[in-house]
Each structure stands twice: as structure tokens, then as C-alpha cells.
Design a protein around this ligand. Structure first.
Ligand code: PMP
Ligand code: GLN
Length: 388
């Protein structure tokens, strides 16, 4: 037998893909002991009650496989919350699926829906997990570039992107990284554009409870026609300050959910049982937590904006998410990736460049700062940024 001297190296299915910017910047922040406002996660802990309930369910022996679609109490609590907030009650058995974070729901939805040659429309800057899933499914991504500071969709231009092959539109509101939100009028415009076509909608709403707009969060689930062909995705990681728990879910009509579940069944099968039971308790017993979340984050946002007022950064409006965009044109001519590297290594504050979320050149001098941090962290970061 002749053995190959080298291990077989597969031809990559994702040749252009590197490590995510979030991992890169967090590693750089750690190496340089910078204040990490890059990757989006809180530097404070989630609710004690939720942690206590997790320990309780582990001790009670809830340690075997959960049902494939999620434990019933959690699916029911999600259905109730959806009804209370968005005026539409999904069927807890057929329409709600618990997933390993929003990331898994997004991947399962894209894999279930996108066939080779299908076209998918998304809005740039766009979250980085959509494109690889579309590519692996053999889909073709069409990106509509949105422009700062308002990042509004030009619906006339959107209409030009539609074709016979368009299968799916992916949107994200509140939007990471622009911190803008869609209003009901945007969903109405989307409906008008796609009503006559067989097109599905994937609505990434992981920041649904971190919305500062006076009208509150506009969900695709509130739109009676769109929700008939939409998959809405959310994540408990954002809502409960526990990004490491990796529990999310999606809501979609039964026929769509059935297809998503076929992928979920063989991607993860099911999500860890005690965390699901603890989250069900949390939703039921402390609904005020997610109801008060906008105020909780608004206070942090305002404190950070106030502290940066003395800086040379120009701060863009923030309507949702726990991210703030800052324009550094007055400070540096560097491109955004170089600026973020410099900021991390020389100034000691890590941030995320925006151009990495865009396919087209994105020549703006914008960085994303995460304000899901303790006041002392925000104050320390602001002191460094004000000195520039
Ligand atoms: N979508 C967006 C827009 C996000 O910002 C994130 C995570 N920050 C996710 C999806 C993934 O969420 P999860 O951590 O629950 O997988
Ligand atoms: N979604 C988080 C962010 O925007 C990061 C998630 C990740 O690291 N994959 O910062």
C-alpha cells in the first residue's frame, strides 16, 4: 500500500472565508489588554433567577435529550410572548422551534429554503453568518448597499434586484451593525415589493427587546401577510445577557417550520434541556425583564454618548441594538480595518470596522462600539477615546 506523505487537504467549499472579525478583534483586544468594545457581548452577568433555575433543573434530573423542536413550556412561553407583543399567536407545537442560538436558526432556515441557483437578497452592511450559508446551499447572494447615516432601504432599487429566481429576502431589525430599525412602513414596502412573487422572508430579530424607537420593535410577525411566508429568528443570548448559553428560536408557519426542522433535526437535533426549562421559567415569572430592557440599555447608550460628546468622534443615531456607530473622519485618514487595529493596539479600545459587513467598497470612516458594558468600562473607554 502506498501511503500519501501528506494528509489529504480538501478543496475548500468556502475558499474566501477567514476567521470572523468578532473573534479576530476580541483576540487582539486580549493580546493588548484593550477595553473590548468589539465583539457584542456584555461584561456583566445575566439574571440570578435564570441561573438559579438552570441549577434547579440540572439537580432535578432534566439532563436527557429535549424534544427535537424544544421543550413544551419554552415553546408555549414563546408563543405567549409573541401574542402579547406582536398581536399574533403562533401555534406552540407547530410554529415554534428552539435552536442552538440564532446562528443555528439562520443556518437551518437558509439551508431549508435555498436551492442551487436561487437568489437571495440581503442588505449591506449585513451580519456575517448569512453569506456562507447561502454559498454552501448553492444560492446566489444579491446585496443591496445601504448608506449611512440612516441606512434606509431604497425600495425602487430593491425592486430592480428581484428576478424569477429570487427565493428569499433576509433582513435584520434592530440592525447589527448600523443600530437602525425598520418601522411598520418598511415592512409594508417589503410586502408591496414581493406580494406578487413566491418569495420567503427571513427576519433576524435577535435584538427585538433592545429597541429604542418610540413605536417599539416592528416585527415581521406583526404583518399579517408577510408572516405567512416569514421565518422570524430571535436569541435569548441578547435578551438575558447570556450569549454563552446559545439558545435561540424561530417562529414560522407550520409548513415552513416543518422544512426548517428537517435541517435542525440533523444539525443539532435538540438544544440543551435544563437551559430551555430555565428560560421558560424566566419568560413566565419575570416578563418585566425584557419589558424593561430598552430602558436598561437606553441609560447605558446615553451615558456613553454623553461621555463621547467631548471627543472628535461623530456619533450616529442609535435606535436599537447595543451598538453605537462612531465616525472618526476628524481623527484619522486610515481605512476602518487599520483604524480599528490601531485603536486596539495603541489606544487600548477595541472596536469593529463596518466595511467587513459589506461586499461593495464601504469608504466611510465608521466603527462599531458595543455599549453592553458596565458603567466603569464605558467611562474608561470614553476617557481614552476623548483623548484622541
Ligand atoms: N444575528 C445577529 C444580527 C447577531 O448580532 C447575532 C449575534 N450577535 C446573531 C444573529 C447570532 O445570535 P446567537 O448568538 O444567538 O447565535
Ligand atoms: N453577533 C456578535 C456581534 O455582532 C458576535 C457573534 C460572534 O462572535 N459570532 O458582535
Amino acid at each position: 500500500i502506498i501511503m500519501s506523505a501528506n494528509p489529504l487537504i480538501p478543496e475548500s467549499k468556502l475558499p474566501a472565508l477567514g476567521t470572523t472579525i468578532f473573534t479576530q478583534m476580541s483576540a487582539l483586544a486580549q493580546a493588548h489588554q484593550a477595553i473590548n468594545l468589539s465583539q457584542g457581548f456584555p461584561d456583566f452577568d445575566g439574571p440570578r433567577y435564570l441561573q438559579t433555575r438552570l441549577a434547579h433543573h440540572v439537580a432535578e434530573g432534566a439532563n436527557q435529550y429535549a424534544p427535537m423542536t424544544g421543550v413544551a413550556p419554552l415553546r408555549e412561553a414563546i408563543a405567549d410572548k409573541t401574542a402579547a407583543l406582536y398581536g399574533y399567536r403562533p401555534d406552540a407545537t407547530r410554529d415554534v422551534t428552539v435552536t442552538a442560538g440564532a446562528t443555528e436558526a439562520l443556518y437551518a432556515a437558509i439551508t431549508a429554503l435555498v436551492r442551487p441557483g436561487d437568489e437571495v437578497i440581503c442588505f449591506d452592511p449585513s451580519y456575517d453568518s448569512y453569506a456562507p450559508a447561502i454559498q454552501l446551499a448553492g444560492g446566489v447572494l444579491k446585496r443591496q448597499a445601504l448608506q449611512p447615516p440612516h441606512f434606509r432601504v431604497d425600495w425602487a432599487h430593491f425592486a430592480t434586484l428581484l428576478s424569477e429566481k429570487t427565493r428569499l429576502v433576509i433582513l435584520n431589525t434592530p440592525h447589527n451593525p448600523s443600530a437602525t430599525v425598520w418601522q411598520k412602513a418598511d415592512f409594508a414596502a417589503l410586502w408591496q415589493a414581493i406580494a406578487a412573487h413566491d418569495i420567503f422572508v427571513l427576519s433576524d430579530e435577535v435584538y427585538e427587546h433592545i429597541c429604542f424607537a418610540p413605536q417599539g420593535h416592528a416585527s415581521v410577525l406583526s404583518h399579517p401577510q408577510l408572516r405567512e411566508r416569514a421565518i422570524a429568528v430571535s436569541s435569548f443570548g441578547k435578551t438575558y445577557h447570556m450569549t454563552g448559553w446559545k439558545v435561540g428560536y424561530c417562529v414560522a408557519p407550520a409548513a415552513l417550520s416543518a422544512e426548517v426542522r428537517k435541517v435542525h433535526q440533523y444539525l443539532t437535533f435538540s438544544v440543551n434541556t435544563p437551559a430551555q426549562l430555565a428560560l421558560a421559567d424566566m419568560l413566565r415569572e419575570q416578563p418585566e425583564h425584557y419589558r424593561e430592557l430598552p430602558d436598561f440599555y437606553r441609560a447605558r447608550r446615553d451615558r456613553f454618548v454623553q461621555a463621547l460628546a467631548a471627543s472628535r468622534f461623530e456619533i450616529l443615531p442609535c435606535e436599537g441594538t447595543y451598538f453605537l456607530l462612531a465616525d472618526y473622519s476628524a481623527i484619522s485618514d486610515l481605512d476602518d480595518v487599520s483604524f480599528c487595529t490601531w485603536l486596539t493596539t495603541e489606544v487600548g479600545v477595541a472596536a469593529i470596522p463596518l466595511s467587513v459587513f459589506c461586499a461593495d467598497p464601504f469608504p466611510h470612516k465608521l466603527i462599531r462600539l458595543c455599549f453592553a458594558k458596565q458603567e466603569a468600562t464605558l467611562d474608561a473607554a470614553a476617557a481614552r477615546l476623548v483623548a484622541l
